[in-house]
Design a protein around this ligand. Structure first.
Ligand code: ADP
Ligand code: MG
Length: 461
C-alpha cells in the first residue's frame, strides 16, 4: 500500500523511481516530502533545513527529471560552499542519476587543476557542481557557458555568504537565464539570506523543516567551567567518557590548533581541521578521521559543516555558540542512524545566556553535570583503533580496492577483520588497518607487491 511519503506518487520517470528503490530510499525525508512536489512543478524554493535532511535528492531529483541527456549543454548547476560539500553533492547526484544513461556531472572546485575541468566542459556536460570561486574563474575564462541553464541550486547558502562568496554568486547568477528555476537551501535564515532570496528567486515557496534529530538519542550534558580551567576540564571529559571518536568544536583556528596540541600532549590523539589548511592536508585529516585512525577531530563550524561523518560517539562544545541553531547543528553530528550519541558542553558564567537560549530553543531543561563527579585518571590515553597506510600506487596504476585487500589478506597474512576503509586516489591509495597489524604490513611491503608491482607503503601521521 502506498502512503503519502513514497516517491511513487511524484511525477518522476520510471528509471528514477526504480533507482530510488535500488538505493533503498523507501520513504521521503521531511524536506523531500515538503519540497519535491514544488520542485517538480517548476517552482522556485527556499528551504531551511539542517545537514543530513536529504537536501541533495530534493533538488537532485528535480533537476534530473528535467534534464535532456541528448542535449550537451549545462542544464543544471549547484553552488556549494566548500570542495568537500561539493564532492558529497556530486557523489549523491551520480548515485541518483545512475539510472539515466550518459548524464555527465562535472565538478568545478578550487584546489584542483583547472585544465582537466576545462576539458571535461569542452567534452560536453549536463550538470555542474562546484564552488563559487572556481565557477567564476571558468566563466571569466569563458570555459563555462550558462545560457542553457534550467536549474540553479544554492546549497548551504548561509555558509556561502559567511565565507564571503556573495559577489561571486551575484556575478554567476548574472550569467544565467532569467527563466531558470532557482532553489535555495540554507540551515539558518539571517537577513542576508532574506535579501538574497528576494533578489534572485521568483515567487518562491518557503519550507522549513524542523531539526530532525531526536532528543532521546542524543544525551546533552552541560558543565560549568571557567576560562582558566577550561582546557583541563576538557581533558577531564575525555577521561570520563572515553569516546572512541569525537568532534570538538571551537570558534577560531588558533583555538583549534591549541586544543588539538594540548590533547596530544595529554596522550589523546587529536587533529585540528580549519580553513587555513591546504586542501590536501584537510583531505588527509578527514580521511584519517573517517577511517578511524584518528580519535579526535578539533574543528571550527565552517570546517566541519556538512561533513557526512557517520556514527560519532560524542560532540564536545569547548565553548557554547551564540546561536542555538548552531548548537543544534553541531550536536546533530552524533546519535545518527539510531545510535545513541552524547553531546557535552563546557560553558562559563559569561556564557549562561547562551545556555538559556539553547534551553528555550529546544524547549527542554538543560541537564547540568558536575565536573567534580567525573572520573579522573592518571595514566590515561585515547587512541583510535586503526592506522592509515599510504601506498604509492593508485587509480593510474589500475589499483582497485580488491587488489589491496587481496595483497593484505593473501601474502601479507592479515585477516579481513583487521582491514578497514580503503580509499584509492590517482597516484596513491590509503587503507586503514588495525594498529597491531602495522608492523606486519610495513614489513611485508619492504618488498611486497600489489598486482605484481612493487609498492611502497608508509604510515600516515
Ligand atoms: P543534506 O545535503 O541535507 O545534508 P544528503 O542529501 O547528503 O543530506 O542526504 C543525507 C544522507 O541521507 C545521504 O547518505 C543520502 O544518501 C541519504 N538519503 C537521502 N534521502 C533519503 C531517503 N529518502 N531515504 C533514505 N536515505 C536517504
Ligand atoms: Mg548536502
Amino acid at each position: 500500500m502506498s502512503n503519502t511519503l513514497t516517491f511513487s506518487n511524484l511525477p518522476l520517470s520510471p528509471q528514477l523511481l526504480d533507482n530510488l528503490t535500488s538505493l533503498g530510499y523507501l520513504n521521503m525525508t521531511a524536506i523531500q516530502a515538503q519540497g519535491l512536489p514544488h520542485v517538480l512543478a517548476g517552482k522556485d524554493l527556499i528551504a531551511k533545513a539542517k545537514t543530513g535532511s536529504g537536501k541533495t535528492a530534493t533538488f537532485g531529483l528535480g533537476l534530473l527529471q528535467q534534464i535532456n541527456p541528448r542535449f550537451f549543454g549545462i542544464q543544471a548547476m549547484i553552488l556549494c560552499p566548500t570542495r568537500e560539500l561539493a564532492d558529497q553533492v556530486g557523489k549523491e547526484l551520480r548515485r541518483l542519476a545512475r539510472a539515466i544513461p550518459n548524464i555527465k556531472v562535472v565538478m568545478l572546485t578550487g584546489g584542483k587543476p583547472f585544465h582537466p575541468q576545462k576539458s571535461s566542459l569542452e567534452y560536453g556536460a549536463h550538470i555542474v557542481v562546484g564552488t563559487p570561486g572556481r565557477i567564476q574563474d571558468h566563466l571569466s575564462k569563458q570555459t563555462l557557458e550558462l545560457k542553457d541553464l534550467q536549474t540553479l541550486v544554492l546549497d548551504e547558502a548561509d555558509r556561502m555568504l559567511d565565507m564571503g562568496f556573495s559577489q561571486e554568486i551575484n556575478h554567476i547568477i548574472s550569467q544565467t537565464p532569467k527563466t531558470r528555476q532557482t532553489l535555495l537551501f540554507s540551515a539558518t535564515y539571517p537577513d542576508s539570506i532574506n535579501q538574497m532570496s528576494h533578489a534572485i528567486l521568483k515567487d518562491p515557496i518557503t519550507i522549513h523543516v524542523e531539526a530532525e534529530h531526536h532528543n532521546e538519542v542524543i544525551e546533552q550534558i552541560f558543565y560549568q567551567t571557567n576560562q582558566k580551567e577550561r582546557q583541563k576540564d576538557l581533558l577531564n571529559l575525555f577521561q570520563h567518557y572515553q569516546p572512541e571518536n569525537s568532534l570538538v568544536f571551537c570558534h577560531t583556528k588558533i583555538q583549534c590548533n591549541e586544543i588539538a596540541q594540548s590533547l596530544r600532549q595529554n596522550n589523546i590523539q587529536a587533529l585540528a581541521l580549519h580553513g587555513d589548511l591546504e586542501q590536501r592536508e584537510r583531505d588527509q585529516i578527514l580521511l584519517r578521521f573517517t577511517n578511524h585512525s584518528c580519535a579526535v577531530l578539533v574543528a571550527t563550524d565552517v570546517a566541519a559543516r556538512g561533513l557526512d561523518i557517520k556514527s560519532l560517539q560524542a560532540v564536545i562544545n569547548y565553548e557554547l555558540p551564540h546561536d542555538p541553531e548552531i548548537y543544534i547543528h553541531r550536536i546533530g553530528r552524533t546519535g545518527r542512524a539510531g545510535e545513541k550519541g552524547i553531546a557535552l558542553s563546557l560553558f562559563t558564567s559569561s556564557e549562561k545566556l547562551r545556555l538559556e537560549s539553547i534551553t528555550t530553543f529546544q524547549n527542554k531543561e538543560a541537564k547540568i553535570g558536575q565536573l567534580k563527579n567525573l572520573n579522573q585518571q592518571k595514566e590515561f590515553s585515547l587512541h583510535a583503533p586503526m592506522v592509515t597506510i599510504q601506498f604509492d600506487a593508485g587509480r593510474k596504476a589500475k589499483i582497485r580496492a580488491g587488489d589491496i585487500l587481496g595483497a593484505l589478506t593473501g601474502d601479507a597474512g592479515l585477516s579481513n577483520s583487521q582491514i578497514g576503509k580503503i580509499d584509492i586516489f590517482d597516484i596513491v591509495s590509503h587503507v586503514a588497518v588495525e594498529k597491531q597489524a602495522l608492523p606486519t604490513v610495513l614489513n611485508y611491503f619492504a618488498n611486497g607487491k600489489i598486482k605484481g608491482r612493487f609498492v611502497k607503503a608508509r604510515k600516515m601521521g
